[in-house]
Design a protein around this ligand. Structure first.
Ligand SMILES: Nc1ncnc2c1ncn2[C@@H]1O[C@H](COP(=O)(O)OP(=O)(O)O)[C@@H](O)[C@H]1O
Ligand SMILES: [Mg+2]
Length: 357
């Protein structure tokens, strides 16, 4: 899929802009704080009805304005659709060809955007939540069943935690909820294991291409309970064993909500052994990996690399540019970039000029 046209009104620092994009490489250049990220943020917004930078709608609406709109033409050949997001301080409404979209999951199928943003470079130094989010977002986009399991899990976890907070714990209720929780967790762990293994099938190839060395990158994910035929039994006894501590903390201490994964580059943990540049390159590779797990060409996601190249040396920049130029629609933001075969957008004082190289 590609975004061929984007119109913003009162979005971030823009009053009004209207842009046509290339189906291949789009490079947005400009000085700091000119509004480069704001453009790719608007594109990303259309995929999840939320920003990757803020959870406040007000941040997205231009100061002293009452509303903002993001309008886009999305082509998923042979069809072409008009998506409009209307943001007010208290609401967001998304419409598709004039009809309101009620479920965000319907949106993700229509506009799938994968993004690397500067803070991702330290993804393996960040909290486990950041890594779980990466898994959960990508898996949910791929499998609606996973998303449903995750929502069900959150509901059951809340219920279990509220039982743990009772003065007098209702053991029968707790047993019922724990049993249901384990069933959902088994599903989730199976999905996570399968997805990590799929990611591992493509990750080393991407790392080799953009690092240019013969590197091996492997994700390690160990479920909180080993996945085999005894999973639910082992889970039940783990919850039993942990019950006293759960009651003391008034919260469920073990489960899929505490899981994590790590990445080994050539046998060494990237978090403790990798250089900053290695961390950045490997995370870029990981962020690009879901692209290669989507088979249907017309469903391939739009790729956003926000300020990804700034701290890379010349050689690695060239490798990365060559790599992404073989992908579908790609947006790169940078303060300066010499690149051929791209459409360049120069952002200057809220004006954007377009040229081809
Ligand atoms: N809601 C808003 N109203 C007006 N200006 C905004 C709003 N949100 C951000 N800005 C401005 O947008 C600019 C930052 O844009 P950004 O896209 O992050 O820049 P960069 O080109 O460095 O990526 C800043 O000047 C900031 O003040
Ligand atoms: Mg920026």
């Amino acid at each position: 899929m590609i975004v061929s046209k984007l119109t913003l009104r009162n979005f971030r620092n823009y009053d009004y802009i209207d842009l046509d994009f290339s189906p291949k490489l789009n490079v947005i250049v400009g000085n700091n704080a000119e509004g480069k990220t704001n453009i790719v943020e608007a594109i990303y917004y259309l995929s999840l009805a939320r920003s990757f930078r803020t959870s406040e709608i007000n941040d997205l609406i231009k100061e002293r304005r009452q509303f903002a709109t993001i309008e886009a033409r999305v082509e998923n050949l042979p069809t072409s659709k008009q998506i409009v997001a209307l943001l007010t301080p208290s609401s967001k409404k998304i419409s598709l060809n004039g009809k309101q979209v009620r479920r965000i999951s319907d949106l993700a199928k229509l506009v799938n955007v994968i993004v690397f943003e500067p803070k991702d470079a330290l993804m393996f130094h960040d909290s486990p939540l950041v890594r779980r989010n990466f898994l959960d977002i990508n898996l949910s986009k791929k499998s609606p069943v996973y998303l449903e399991s995750l929502i069900e899990f959150e509901k059951l976890l809340k219920e279990r935690n509220s039982i743990l907070k009772q003065e007098e714990i209702d053991k029968i209720h707790l047993d019922v909820v724990t049993k249901k929780l384990i069933e959902v967790e088994e599903q989730i762990v199976r999905y996570r294991l399968a997805y990590i293994s799929e990611l591992n099938n493509v990750l080393s190839k991407i790392v080799k291409s953009i690092k240019g060395d013969d590197d091996e990158a492997i994700l390690n994910y160990n479920p909180f309970i080993r996945m085999d035929e005894k999973f639910s039994q082992a889970c039940a006894s783990a919850y039993m064993k942990n019950l006293e501590s759960d009651i003391k903390h008034k919260a469920t201490q073990i489960g899929i909500h505490r899981e994590d994964f790590s990445l080994n580059l050539n046998g060494k943990d990237i978090a403790t052994h990798g250089s900053q540049g290695e961390n950045r390159l490997v995370v870029i590779a990981l962020k690009l990996a879901p692209y290669f797990l989507i088979e249907d060409e017309s469903d391939k996601p739009i790729v956003v690399l926000d300020d990804a190249l700034s701290e890379l040396d010349y050689v690695h920049r060239q490798h990365l540019l060559k790599f992404v130029s073989k992908m579908g629609q790609v947006f790169i933001t940078a303060t300066e970039l010499n690149v051929s075969n791209a459409t360049i957008y120069v952002v200057n004082n809220k004006n954007i000029t377009r040229r081809n190289t």
